[in-house]
Write a protein that binds this ligand. Structure first.
Ligand code: SF4
Length: 467
């Protein structure tokens, strides 16, 4: 198992999907790098398995174009996306490193009807020169924006060594015991082997700021989401019902108004849902989001963190660092011990993992012990086991958007149960729930793994953009 950084789990990108948008986008960028110095006049992309079945609804075709054009998903102006893509469609041309290449998105992106043996989310890039194949590269988008290919594997063949190697919940507790500290302190020490302290803090601040902006924009934007399902955005209406639709001069004033408003259970519960809906409405609209651990599940972490900051005993920015370090480590453990890809494990791998991450992060900042953090993470996942992925119309909208609100509420409940409980007496251990999630993933019927061929996706009569 390769050691992972929390910044592998938390990545700034573009919606709607980490495995179907961000991963293929990053693969296209890698392929573009390999094209340097090669003579070619044609490019084709083959999408297999889940990338083919839900690729149009998840914007995989658009993502590979943007990657080939060299746009960075972390910095691209998301308001320009439709203009850039429309230009390619009208001109049937890709400009790669200043060189125009004839490219018809309709015929040069091929949605294959079968799954590639490499992985359920496989894509292949081909470059031709005078009709001869000059470069071919196969990638697997393995969830959360991670990609694998033979040459990427070579690039990362030097294994990074952490001062505190952690590959299981048991390892984590062992190191917190040795250091006599919280989970976040152990994780911070490990992250320091990648970068200086200041950079860790800056990265977390940047991630947190991106999440906050996403919540704010989601709560201040109205309209219908793209894709043809005619899903109305609800976060703005919900926010206005809770604090009125007065003029707010920016994010800080809006947040202050929330924290000054009623804090009764119903209001807090509605705010948590509102924050989660806001992020995933933004995600569905191809806006900027942070994978946590995926885009489809990007609303859980910000909703739970804002719940803590606005309605609990928030002590200052140190709490934000702790929350991300602890929750990020939980995400790493699921990636290492099971999966964070819905095409491999269904929605338990997305919303289940994000809920588990949020539960652990919340428990630490609420004063829980490392054992209680893992207990909270275990409880949150335990009640997502078997959750299928069945997005209607192949879009990351229904049930995905509301599912983030559910994941956030379960995380808060899991944290409360762990904080009131005796972790030493927990019947189910954190490592056992990871194993169980993986076993369940392997037993799950293929139609419930991000194919839109089962569940709600077949019981709601809509035109699937992938057909
Ligand atoms: S159902 Fe869950 S796993 Fe599937 S796309 Fe939606 S959020 Fe992601």
């Amino acid at each position: 198992m390769e050691p992972l950084s929390i910044f592998d789990i938390y990545k700034i990108g573009v919606g709607p999907s980490s495995s179907h948008t961000l991963g293929p986008w990053r693969a296209a960028l890698k392929f573009r790098e390999k094209l340097i110095g090669i003579e070619y006049d044609k490019i084709a992309i083959h999408l297999y398995g889940s990338l083919s079945k839900t690729g149009r609804g998840h914007a995989t075709d658009q993502a590979v174009i943007l990657g080939l054009l060299g746009f960075d998903p972390t910095t691209i102006d998301t308001h320009q996306l439709s203009i850039i893509l429309e230009e390619v469609k009208i001109n049937n041309l890709l400009i790669i490193d200043g060189k125009p290449i004839n490219f018809n998105p309709k015929s040069d992106i091929i949605f294959e009807s079968y799954e590639h043996k490499r992985h359920p989310n496989t894509l292949k890039f081909l470059a031709f020169g005078s009709n001869d194949l000059v470069l071919e590269e196969l990638f697997a988008s393995v969830g959360g924006g991670f990609i694998e290919s033979e040459f990427i594997h070579e690039e990362t063949s030097t294994i990074h060594c952490f001062p505190h190697p952690i590959f299981s919940g048991e390892d984590l507790i062992e190191h917190t015991d040795i250091m006599g500290t919280a989970i976040s302190d152990v994780v911070f020490e490990n992250e320091k082997s990648f970068m200086p302290d200041i950079e860790i803090r800056l990265n977390i601040t940047r991630i947190f700021d991106t999440m906050l902006q996403c919540v704010y924009e989601g709560c201040t934007t109205e309209g219908t989401l793209p894709g043809g399902l005619n899903v109305n955005r609800r976060a703005k209406t919900l926010s206005e019902k809770l604090i009125g639709n007065g003029e707010f001069f920016g994010r800080s004033e809006w947040l202050k108004a929330i924290s000054d408003a009623t804090k009764d259970f119903h209001a807090v519960n509605k705010w948590v849902s509102c924050f989660a809906l806001a992020v995933n409405e933004q995600n569905a609209a191809m806006s900027r989001v942070v994978t946590s651990p995926t885009n489809g599940a990007a609303g859980v972490i910000p909703a739970v963190l804002l719940y803590y900051m606005l309605f609990c005993d928030f002590k200052g920015e140190e709490d934000i660092y702790k929350f991300f370090l602890t929750s990020g480590q939980i995400g790493c453990l699921f990636k290492q011990g099971a999966t964070i890809s819905a095409a491999v494990g269904g929605c338990q791998a997305e919303i289940g993992v994000s809920s588990s991450m949020a539960a652990a992060g919340l428990t630490e900042v609420m004063g829980g012990t490392p054992e209680q953090c893992l207990m909270a993470a275990e409880i949150a996942m335990e009640h997502h086991l078997g959750l299928t992925c069945d997005p209607i119309g192949g879009l990351v909208q229904v049930p995905c958007i509301e599912r983030n609100a559910m994941g956030a509420i379960k995380a808060i409940t899991a944290s409360n149960l762990a904080l009131m409980g005796d972790a030493k007496k927990a019947i189910v251990k954190f490592d056992t729930v990871i194993k169980t999630m993986w076993d369940t993933a392997q037993d799950m019927n293929l139609k419930y793994k991000e194919t839109s061929e089962g569940g709600l996706a077949i019981n709601i009569p809509v035109i699937n953009p992938n057909c």
